[in-house]
Design a binder for this molecule. Structure first.
Ligand code: AFP
Length: 340
């Protein structure tokens, strides 16, 4: 990269410009999707600012307690949820919202309704907040089947029906990764401009990776194929070098690294949690959508993750996602077990 030229770059591809360019490829488009996305981007900027201030907030009072002004402080995940729900409803483009924070789906009142359903985790990895580890927002977007009526079935669709998916990572920088179904692009927030700028165009995951990412503390409860795969990562029998282990415990950060460097992220089923831990609608589907769009794969241990049809909005599923060849190995181990 020519850093000198970069320092003086004046022709910036902002996320708004990028989305409008995409929109112009569809002359029939009325701009509804661009408007929805601009509201999601606003939510991400708001949460980014709140996360950056989280350490500072401790000086004036702990989350959930009262600060020196006597005001009740909201926990960051509760605050993030409120921010996204309000941003999405006020876009006038949504009809059903499913949030990790809310037991029930939110059906938007008719006067504010649009044709999109948004499933999201407003602040995933929130148990990491207090130690400053990267956390993020994950989202997926569906279109409603019948514009006249909003029903729960509109969000209980397989992930392959999603129109778009993405995440925003609040880390050393704030990065928004998005796919609208034709590749994956990454944008970094320039704090001086308050704009997300295209910094990672057309992300492609390496075909095979050198990293595996899993909570090994659950190993004693794993099934055979998962245990065999991890064993192969550490003690390969084909002459290839052993893989490195990297696990942050914050899905957005673990998946972001996997997308850029390659390798595999797994949250398998185990004896204690036969459906794994991660939620289908707002963790498994959006991340699987991005992986496939970047040339990788995503598998549940039984099927392609995006083919799964959820029956409940907060359903969980095991997940293995990442570099094409690595996931192919996991699929072969499950196929062999089924045969045996
Ligand atoms: P929290 O939101 O409770 O921190 O959970 C984060 C998460 O859902 C996901 O981001 C991680 O990949 C996963 O859980 C980590 O789970 P383990 O702590 O069981 O490894």
């Amino acid at each position: 990269m020519d850093h000198e030229a970069d320092a003086f770059r004046t022709d910036l591809m902002t996320i708004t410009r990028f989305v409008l360019n995409e929109q112009s490829k569809h002359p029939e488009s009325r701009g509804d999707f661009s408007i929805l996305l601009s509201h999601i981007v606003l939510g991400c900027k708001f949460v980014c600012a709140a996360v950056n201030k989280a350490g500072l907030a401790k000086l004036i009072g702990l989350a959930g307690e009262t600060n020196v002004q006597g005001e009740e402080q909201k926990k960051l995940d509760v605050l993030s949820n409120e921010v996204f729900v309000k941003a999405l409803v006020s876009s006038g483009r949504t009809c059903i919202l499913v949030s990790e924070e809310d037991e029930e789906a939110i059906i938007v009142e008719p006067s504010k309704r649009g044709k999109y359903c948004v499933v999201f985790d407003p602040l995933d990895g929130s148990s990491n907040i207090d130690c400053g580890v990267s956390i993020g927002t994950i989202f997926g977007i569906y279109m409603i089947k019948d514009a006249g009526e909003a029903r729960l079935e509109d969000v209980l669709q397989p992930g392959k029906n999603m129109l778009a998916a993405g995440y925003c990572m609040y880390g050393s920088s704030c990065t928004l990764v998005l796919s609208t179904g034709s590749g994956v692009n990454g944008f970094t927030l320039d704090p001086s401009l308050g704009e997300f700028i295209l910094t990672h165009p057309d992300i492609k995951i390496p075909k095979k990776g050198k990293i595996y990412s899993v909570n090994e503390g659950n190993a004693k409860n794993w099934d055979g194929p998962t245990a065999k795969f991890v064993e192969k990562c550490k003690f390969p029998t084909d002459g290839s070098p052993a893989k490195s282990l990297r696990y942050i415990g914050s899905m957005v950060a673990d998946v972001h690294r996997t997308l850029l460097y390659g390798g595999v992220f797994l949250y398998p089923a185990d004896k204690k949690s036969p459906n794994g831990k991660l939620r289908v609608l707002y963790e498994v589907f959006p991340m699987s959508f991005l992986m496939e769009q970047a040339g990788g794969q995503s598998f549940t241990g039984k099927e392609r993750a995006l083919d799964l049809v959820p029956k409940k909005i907060h359903e969980r599923s095991p997940i293995f996602l990442g570099s094409y060849d690595d996931v192919e190995e996991i699929k072969a181990l499950y196929a062999a077990e089924e045969k045996a």
